[in-house]
Design a binder for this molecule. Structure first.
Ligand code: NAD
Ligand code: AHE
Ligand code: ZN
Length: 368
């Protein structure tokens, strides 16, 4: 079939909207009509050439929601007309990782996914006879896409696509980092670095978990108002204080119980670790750093009881947890609507990247 898609032909070039060819689902795969997709900073990072796994030409996008239109041979867990969210972290429920009970990082298809291919080692997308690579196993910047059955979460039919697509990455990553990875408890003090599409979800996750102080840190002063809407109690602009770490340690009587990096900047990751309370404070890295970047701190920071951890997709097991997070949204336990600041057509998708880089959007969503 033909489908409209925004193709990244090269790094650092605007996406081009073209009609591409899409092969139907093979055994164990499903064809999904994407109804809406968010634009996450990770899409921009890959387009800007910072991803060591970045591969072109490809169809980016990993934060979508849509409807199953066709299923391949042997598919049993979903059927045509089911509403689904594509999963860049699938859940096969059979691999060592899934069965460990210790991680959400399913290993069933990770190798081919990282090469922009489906599990059989081929691509379903092509343009003028040349293969176009998949991205993060999702490629939601295409109106139709093919996914392995293990990489879709079935969600309730009454959840709007325009907002529930955000559960495909940002909401789950931020809220999940708090509840699954850090396991923040009532009364804990939390610091969140970077109040964008991910950081604001960490803030609302911390509010839901009953955190006491929730301190937001951002170099963009406009983010103070945004943070306060979702439960932030204090704001620090690193450009207005001498030493961010000292400021935070003094504010929180020794430091944070949990801190979260939602910037992808390795200098900020160091600040996030060092603002943690001696003896127990844990810093969670969410931000994705540019290829070649490394984190550093004095080992003494760890010797004296601070912990450094990371999280992907908020530690969520996609097929199990994503439908529950959609329920949380539909039941009013978490908010999504106010964070969708811009709704665009596919033709205008490049504007979403401009808005993100200018710090003017929280989430832009393309509705097909
Ligand atoms: P975003 O662009 O919406 O937000 C980033 C925020 O960080 C902005 O508000 C910006 O002003 C702020 N910031 C930048 N430099 C800063 C600094 N030096 N100090 C304090 N604040 C600073 O991006 P996003 O969509 O929220 O994504 C955030 C990061 O999370 C990205 O690196 C993205 O790739 C990553 N991410 C990781 C996962 C995961 O599973 N681990 C999932 C989604 C996104
Ligand atoms: N491909 C990069 C790393 C990118 C990365 O860390 N991605 C996160 C999700 S970001 C979503 O917005 C992730 O899930 N990581 C775990 C994984 O298996 O990819 C690189 O450095 O090579
Ligand atoms: Zn993302």
């Amino acid at each position: 079939m033909k489908t409209r898609a925004a193709v990244a032909f090269e790094a650092r070039k605007p996406l081009e909207i073209v009609e591409v060819d899409l092969e139907g689902p093979k055994a164990g795969e499903v064809l999904v009509e994407i109804m809406a997709t968010g634009i996450c900073h990770t899409d921009a990072y890959t387009l800007d050439g910072f991803d060591s796994e970045g591969i072109f030409p490809s169809i980016l996008g990993h934060e979508g929601a849509g409807i199953v239109r066709e299923v391949g041979e042997g598919v049993t867990s979903v059927r045509a007309d089911d509403h689904v969210i594509p999963l860049y972290t699938p859940e096969c429920r059979q691999c060592k990782m899934c069965l460990s009970g210790k991680t959400n990082l399913c290993s069933a298809i990770r190798e081919t996914q990282g090469k922009g291919l489906m599990p059989d080692g081929t691509s379903r997308f092509s343009y003028k006879g040349e293969a176009i690579f998949h991205y993060m196993g999702c490629s939601t910047f295409s109106n139709f896409t093919v996914l392995p059955e293990i990489a879709v979460a079935k969600i309730r039919d009454d959840a709007p696509f325009k907002t529930s697509c955000y559960v495909g990455c940002g909401v789950t990553t931020g809220v999940g980092a708090v509840v699954n990875t850090a396991k923040v408890k009532p009364g804990d003090n939390v610091v969140v670095f970077g109040l964008g599409g991910i950081g604001l979800n960490v803030i609302q996750g911390a509010r839901m978990a009953g955190a006491d102080r929730i301190v937001g840190v951002d170099i963009n002063a406009d983010k103070e108002e945004w943070g306060r809407k979702f439960g932030m109690t204090d704001f620090v602009n690193p450009r207005s204080v001498g030493n961010v770490v000292e400021t935070l340690v003094n504010m929180l009587d020794g430091g944070a119980d949990y801190s979260f990096d939602c910037t992808g900047n390795v200098e900020v990751m160091r600040q996030a670790l060092e603002c943690c309370h001696k003896g127990w404070g844990t810093s969670i890295i969410i931000g994705v750093a540019e290829a070649g970047k490394e984190i550093a701190t004095r080992p003494f920071q760890l010797v004296t009881g601070r912990n450094w951890r990371g999280t992907a997709f908020g530690g969520a097991k996609g097929r199990t947890d994503v439908p529950k997070i959609v329920d949380w949204y539909m039941n009013g336990k978490i908010e999504i609507d106010p964070m969708i600041t811009h709704v665009l057509s596919l033709e205008d998708i490049n504007k979403a990247f401009d808005l993100m880089h200018a710090g003017e959007s929280i989430r832009s969503v393309v509705v097909y």
